[in-house]
Design a protein around this ligand. Structure first.
Ligand code: FES
Length: 185
């Protein structure tokens, strides 16, 4: 009797074990993807309709930090910033430069110091009030617009959001450029 029931229970046990393992694996895959898709949905909603009630506490992108890794307090930054002089921040994979407007506000976009000629990292030269590329000498003004080639396009932008006393940096696709063309000096 024992011998006839044991294989049946063993088979069931194996079936449960395989089903349980498959279920755990499926949940392990499904749950992060579900959370990710909800995050993506919220991100899309809040980028299109930032004043939607669901977006009140939504913080887009990554928080800007200083070169010591400390979060940046917008009022303290503005107290030291000078309009027209870019302020270097960390947070994304490369440093980002905030633009301080004539009205002493943080512009809703920042500059990524990636040369549009062949991708070298440009340096801010405060004595010249320009970004200068160390590779082939392209120069850009304080807003990232080309002053001297071989680069032909302005430095790329990131979106900057100041919310809940944080500065958030959001990757941005190329599109309409809010900087306009450079005024001739
Ligand atoms: Fe900057 Fe060539 S990569 S000028």
């Amino acid at each position: 009797m024992k011998n006839s029931t044991f294989p049946k229970n063993r088979r069931q046990f194996l079936i449960y074990m395989v089903a349980g393992t498959a279920g755990t694996v499926a949940l392990g895959w499904l749950f992060p993807n579900l959370v990710k898709s909800q995050e993506t949905e919220l991100e899309t909603l809040c980028s299109l309709f930032p004043y939607n009630s669901r977006c009140r506490n939504y913080l887009p992108g990554v928080q800007a930090i200083d070169n010591q890794g400390n979060p940046i307090d917008p009022p303290s930054l503005l107290a030291k910033a000078v309009p027209g002089i870019p302020v270097e921040l960390e947070g994304l994979s490369k440093p980002t430069y905030l633009i301080i407007t004539e009205k002493h506000q943080i512009a809703p976009y920042g500059i990524r110091p990636v040369c549009t000629h062949l991708g070298c990292t440009v340096d801010w030269k405060s004595e010249r009030n320009r970004f200068v590329c160390p590779c082939h000498g392209s120069e850009y003004d304080a807003m990232g617009r080309v002053e001297k080639g071989p680069a032909k396009r302005p430095l790329p932008l990131v979106t900057v959001v100041v919310k809940q006393n944080q500065i958030r940096l959001v990757d941005r696709q190329p599109g309409v450029d809010p900087r306009g063309s450079r005024s001739s000096n």
